[in-house]
Design a protein around this ligand. Structure first.
Ligand code: UD1
Ligand code: CA
Length: 456
């Protein structure tokens, strides 16, 4: 049977106090509903149905490149009403997986169990046993343990309120049942809402068994209603990722202080110190060490590369055994060769630096091509910008650049040349030369410093 995903995302999320529709708030840099869509994508190739209401334009804009079936629910009259809006898009002969756009951490494994449980009768529920079930719909079973109905908290009698098994809202149900039952569901209940959960009672009335799968991990089925819950689920998600890394052999100094907003792939024996933030796709080779407080986005680091504290690396490729930081900033389109050293307060932008070269202190290197074994002295600046255009600097192999040098681009420093400290290089330098442009030192004997006249 085909699987159709139906994602409920019409809720406004009043308690977020936000201009954004709730499902566009992010966990690990990805909208809540994006997590749901990605998990769902692993289960079926059919485009998911997304039921939207508030902020629909923003939602559709965010996912304009994704193949989704959009269904508007103008007024939020309950979960049953929401799914009813999508009936024309739901094939009779499909199994429908109902998901909530604001419940982001469900795993594929749990959903697969839920789908398997739906196989016999075409109806299964995901439940959870909570110490405090307040607010949730309760799963009502008869003496033999068979599910008979779901009663919403606000409609529940005292003995029903004592039930700890709750409805997570996630269910798998045959399209045919939805077509048969939803049009007949009423709203005569405490909230005046059309309850999707009424389907359970209707199934039982037709002798259709409803199977339940209980989640062991409550965060999987936790929804986001306010920013506190958003932060809690963010931490839960990050903890989950940290544990996955550790289980595959990465040392994470403190799993509570790592943030992965994208995909982090680690080789063997990688060590990640506290407060590292990874964004986009980051790949770390074997034995890489990441120091405390580093931010790394869309980068690839070779084996044994070391990033010392407080460094930022974005869109860069870093060679084997390279050493970056502390306090380095590697900006996009940078490629550093094997064994390159970039030190403190050095900014590298859109540059290639070949094997074994060093830029160790207080420098700016932009739009530059640096050969092998080059030493760039402290305080060196490539003047790559003339106010209108960017120009290129080329520094060939084995060049030595003295401290506090300005290289006014476009300029090429030939192989093996030496630039004296404090030089402003404005013309190309031939190979093996010494170039120096500073004023000769004067020495004046008997110099008297000016003094302030003393007041009476
Ligand atoms: C629902 C269940 C309840 C369950 C709880 C779990 C019903 C009647 N009740 O409660 O048994 O314990 O979820 O959280 O189904 N939504 C829409 N349109 C609507 C109403 C809701 O799209 O008209 C969406 C919301 O955005 C949200 C989800 O459906 O993603 C659940 O809605 P919410 O109001 O949070 O849950 P309840 O209906 O109170
Ligand atoms: Ca509600």
């Amino acid at each position: 049977m085909n699987l159709t995903l139906c994602i409920l995302a019409a809720g406004q999320g009043k308690r977020m106090y936000s201009e954004l529709p709730k499902v566009l708030h992010r966990i690990a840099g990805k909208p809540l509903v994006g997590h749901v869509l990605d998990t769902g994508a692993a289960l079926t190739l059919l485009p998911p149905i997304v039921i939207y209401g508030h902020g629909g334009e923003l939602l559709r804009k965010e996912y304009r490149d994704r193949h989704l079936v959009w269904v508007e629910q103008r007024e939020q009259l309950g979960t049953g009403h929401a799914v009813a809006q999508a009936l024309s898009k739901i094939p009779l002969d499909s199994l429908v997986l109902i998901l909530y756009g604001d419940v982001p951490l469900l795993t594929r494994e749990t959903l697969e169990k839920l789908l398997a449980a739906a196989a016999p009768s075409g109806f299964s529920l995901l439940t959870a046993v909570l110490p405090d079930p307040t607010g949730y719909g309760r799963i009502v079973r008869d003496r033999s343990g068979t599910i008979v109905k779901i009663v919403e908290h606000k409609d529940a009698a005292a003995d029903e309120l004592a039930i700890n098994e709750i409805n997570t809202g996630i269910m798998a149900i045959r399209g045919e049942y939805l077509h048969r039952w939803l049009p007949g569901i009423g709203n005569l209940n405490a909230q005046g809402e059309y309850y999707l959960t009424d389907c359970v009672g209707l199934a039982v009335a037709e002798n259709i068994q409803v199977h339940a799968i209980a989640t062991a991990e409550p965060t999987e089925v936790t929804g986001v209603n306010n920013r506190t819950q958003l932060a809690e689920l963010e931490r839960a998600y990050q903890r989950r990722q940290a544990h996955a890394l550790m289980e595959r052999g990465t040392t994470v100094m403190d799993p509570l202080r790592i943030d992965i907003r994208g995909e982090l792939i680690c080789g063997r024996d990688v060590i990640i110190d506290i407060n590292a933030v990874f964004e986009g796709r980051v790949r770390l080779g074997d034995r890489v060490v990441i120091g405390p407080n580093c931010f790394i986005r869309d980068a690839e680091l070779g084996d044994e590369a070391v990033v010392l504290a407080n460094s930022v690396i974005e869109e860069a490729k870093i060679g084997v055994g390279a050493r970056i930081g502390p306090f380095s900033r590697i900006r996009p389109e940078t490629e550093l060769g094997d064994g390159v050293h970039i030190g403190n307060f050095v900014e590298i932008k859109k540059s290639r630096i070949a094997k074994g070269s060093k830029v160790n202190h207080l420098a700016y290197v932009g739009d530059t091509e640096i050969g092998s074994r080059v030493n760039v002295g402290a305080g060196t600046i490539t003047c790559n910008y003339d106010g209108a255009h960017k120009h290129k600097t080329v520094i060939e192999d084995d060049v030595f650049i003295g401290s506090d040098t300005q290289l006014v681009a476009p300029v090429t420093i030939g192989r093996g040349a030496t630039i004296g400290a404090g030089t402003t290089v404005t013309e190309n330098v031939e190979a093996e030369r010494l170039v120096i442009s500073r004023v000769r030192q004067k020495s004046i004997a008997g110099w008297q410093r000016p003094r302030k006249a003393k007041k009476e």
